[in-house]
Structures are given as structure tokens and as C-alpha cells.
Design a protein around this ligand. Structure first.
Ligand SMILES: [Zn+2]
Length: 229
């Protein structure tokens, strides 16, 4: 699994701590400790599952069904709170980074709130980084698609925001991006995926290119050659 604190992959070994059962069945806490020496943090999931106790070790285990799948009916990450999405790159402006981070955090509890925040982040990004004129979000998406500045994978991904979000049927989503409106299945997650791709394209890659160009120019300058613009 990937540690939701440090995002480093590790070979998981869990410990189950049993809680009270209720009308919905047995509850327990599933614990992992991240072995990454720079992290070492604990990860807790609240689970509702079928459990059995080993007679030798007294350890609790999740019972497997006939297909070998764990019989877990609910598994909710309680620590760390929020999402296991990568952190926002430092190159992203603060207002956009804050909306994105909050959109990730509230996603499990409120996809509607998450989608409202991610739509706002998208709108700010399109205006600031892509230079799109203020309009409604649907038009702004159309403008960036028409601007020919996007590689095809991004073109299709942004276009899909309107399609998955069914903007045609929900005019509020585009006329006021800060409104809380219903979300379609998968819409809130998709907005976050696309924002991550846009962060890379508009903020991270240009910065990397600039650093490489600066390094090259330093070398060219050192040997008395004209520099690259
Ligand atoms: Zn970790």
C-alpha cells in the first residue's frame, strides 16, 4: 500500500484492534505503521468486517470469503484525515493550492463541497495560468480548448469535466462556479485528477524548463558562447 502520510509504497502488515459490535456488525481499527524512516507514522482505518481470532496468537484477522476476498463492508481512513492524493506542488499559487487541498480533504464526506471547491480552483487556474478571459466556467473551458495551448491528453481531460459533470443539465455549475450543486458520480474525483495534471503542465514543467535553460546558459556563458533566450 501507499502511505497516506508520505506517499511512499510499503509492504503492508496490519494489526486489528477490535471494538464493540452493533446492529451493523463488528467494528474494529485496522492499524499500519509506515516503515519509511522519514515517516514512521501510524495509519488507522475504521472497519466494519467479519473477524476471527487466532487461537494461538490471539490476533484478530479479517475472514476471507470463498473467493479469497476480505469480508470488509466498510473501511474508512481516520488517520491521517483526508485524502491520499499527492501534495500540491510548491509552484502552484496559494489561492489555488488552498482550494485544491480543501477539495481533497472534504471529498470523502462531501463530494458536492469538494466539486464546488475544485471548480473554483479550476476557474482561477484557467484565468491566471492559461490567460482565459472571465466568463462562466463552461465558456472558459471552451476558450482554453480553442486556444490550442493544450496537449491532447489535457484537452480531452478538461473537456471531460463538462461531460462528466453534465454541465448542460446543470447550468449553475458553469454560471457560478462557487455554488453548491449536485454532483454526478465520479465528477468530484475527476476534477481533482484534472487539476493535478494542470498543475504539472502550467506550473511545474515550465519551472523545470526554466531551471534547465538557466543551467545551460550558465555553461554557455562560461565558455563565452551566446545564451539561449
Ligand atoms: Zn509514511
Amino acid at each position: 500500500m501507499k502511505c497516506p502520510h508520505c506517499l511512499v509504497e510499503f509492504h503492508d502488515e496490519k494489526e486489528i484492534t477490535i471494538l464493540e459490535g452493533d446492529i451493523q456488525g463488528q467494528w474494529a481499527i485496522e492499524t499500519y505503521i509506515c516503515p519509511n524512516p522519514n515517516c514512521k507514522k501510524s495509519i488507522y482505518y475504521l472497519i466494519n468486517a467479519k473477524l476471527s481470532q487466532s487461537r494461538n496468537t490471539y490476533r484478530w484477522n479479517i475472514i476471507l470469503d470463498s473467493k479469497g476476498e476480505e469480508q470488509v463492508f466498510k473501511r474508512e481512513l481516520v488517520r491521517p484525515k483526508g485524502s491520499s492524493r499527492p501534495p500540491v506542488p510548491k509552484e502552484v499559487p496559494t489561492d489555488i493550492a488552498e482550494d485544491y487541498t480543501e477539495a481533497c480533504l472534504v471529498l470523502p464526506d462531501s463530494p458536492k463541497a469538494s466539486a464546488a471547491l475544485s471548480r473554483r480552483a479550476l476557474q482561477h487556474l484557467l484565468r491566471q495560468a492559461a490567460g482565459i478571459k472571465k466568463g462562466n466556467l463552461a465558456n472558459e473551458i471552451q476558450d482554453v480548448l480553442d486556444s490550442n495551448q493544450l496537449p491532447s491528453y489535457l484537452y480531452e481531460s478538461i473537456d471531460a469535466i463538462r461531460n462528466i459533470g453534465n454541465f448542460a443539465a446543470h447550468p449553475l455549475k458553469s454560471t457560478s462556479s462557487e455554488q453548491i450543486v449536485d454532483v454526478e458520480a465520479g465528477e468530484a474525483e475527476w476534477n481533482l485528477e484534472v487539476l493535478e495534471m494542470l498543475f504539472d503542465f502550467y506550473y511545474v514543467q515550465p519551472q523545470k524548463t526554466k531551471q534547465r535553460r538557466d543551467a545551460l546558459n550558465k555553461k554557455l556563458g562560461d565558455i563565452g558562447k551566446p545564451t539561449m533566450k
